[in-house]
Design a protein around this ligand. Structure first.
Ligand SMILES: C[S@@+](CC[C@H](N)C(=O)[O-])C[C@H]1O[C@@H](n2cnc3c(N)ncnc32)[C@H](O)[C@@H]1O
Length: 220
């Protein structure tokens, strides 16, 4: 069943710089055709830190309905939305989200742990990933891709939201394995406006992850 959800950022009355994004969802289909709570929280974080995005290049991994990436594009970033290359219906859906909202983004298949020539050319300043740490068997591939992208631009950062159930120990272990470190860890609900939390539940964390230059990953 196809539905539309509207997501508001800021307020025209207060600041004049707010906007809304409409997302097409399909509840019965793939994971990537539904706006997961982690996506709402990450999108709000992008909005609240919008000055950070001006003039940057952003890659969203496992973007699905792509709300965080669309907000980043609205506030001035050059955005590439990516999802599993094997899920063409998700990639087609991402194009629809951009067209519906009249937002320009590049869209590419990017399967975690798989490298193609396009992946080598990305070099983002900021990597976004909402609810991409949900299947522990895929964590290693995801971290391999994140580490590669961070190494391609050593001042870059991976900003991710995930459910606490997703295995803190494994995440900690894989950060060490891939030469990464967490520089910020927030409870996702601490910065959400109350108007947005009523429909959300769970224990959602937001982490900012960078290369651990002191332990193996040297900046060039
Ligand atoms: C739980 S959904 C989250 C979607 C969206 N980020 C959100 O929060 O609404 C996980 C997303 O990761 C994508 N994904 C899963 N495995 C992947 C892989 N191996 N490579 C790339 N993307 C993958 C799925 O297609 C899906 O869009």
């Amino acid at each position: 069943m196809t539905t539309f959800s509207d997501h508001h950022f800021g307020s025209y009355e207060d600041t004049g710089d707010g906007f809304s994004i409409t997302i097409i969802e399909n509840m019965k289909e793939e994971y990537g055709l539904f706006v997961w709570p982690c996506s709402i929280i990450l999108a709000e974080y992008v909005w609240q830190q919008r000055s950070r995005y001006t003039g940057t290049t952003v890659v969203e991994l496992g973007a699905g309905t792509s709300l965080p990436g669309l907000v980043a594009a609205k506030v001035g970033a050059e955005v590439t939305l990516t999802d599993d290359s094997n899920r063409s219906e998700v990639l087609i859906h991402m194009r629809r989200q951009c067209d519906l909202n009249n937002i320009k983004c590049k869209i590419h298949g990017l399967t975690w742990g798989v490298w193609d020539t396009h992946t080598f050319s990305l070099c983002p300043n900021i990597i976004l990933g909402a609810d991409v740490l949900y299947e522990s068997c895929a964590f290693d591939d995801l971290f391999a891709t994140v580490a590669f992208l961070l190494q391609s631009n050593p001042s870059s950062v991976f900003i991710t939201t995930y459910h606490n159930r997703s295995g803190h120990h494994l995440i900690g272990f894989l950060m060490v394995k891939w030469g990464l470190k967490c520089v910020k860890l927030l409870d996702g609900f601490t910065f959400m406006p109350s108007s947005k939390t009523s429909s959300l539940s769970g224990n959602i964390q937001l982490a900012e992850i960078v290369l651990d230059t002191a332990n193996g990953n040297k900046k060039n």
